[in-house]
Design a protein around this ligand. Structure first.
Ligand code: ZN
Ligand code: ZN
Length: 80
């Protein structure tokens, strides 16, 4: 999964769909800041199991071992 991290503040960029196509916005800087893209995998902070992206809620990640949904803020990202 590709994560886009703001070079100015380290926050994750938010995808926005504009008439020119998708753009990436930093909510912390309130700007279309420069960013770096990393290919990372989400892991559970409790049991270290790799998480599955939850298509139903589109913003959550599911841990098969704990049987719970975690929000983006609480998951651990690891480089591939
Ligand atoms: Zn920023
Ligand atoms: Zn877990």
């Amino acid at each position: 999964m590709i994560r886009r991290i703001c070079r100015n503040c380290g926050s994750e960029m938010v995808k926005e769909l504009t008439s020119e196509g998708p753009k990436f916005f930093c909510e912390t800087c309130s700007d279309y800041s420069p960013y770096d893209a990393f290919d990372m995998d989400p892991f559970c902070p409790e049991c270290d199991e790799m998480l599955q992206f939850c298509g139903k809620c589109s913003s959550g990640f599911f841990c098969n071992r704990c049987g719970c949904i975690l929000s983006r803020k609480h998951i651990v990202w690891k480089n591939r």
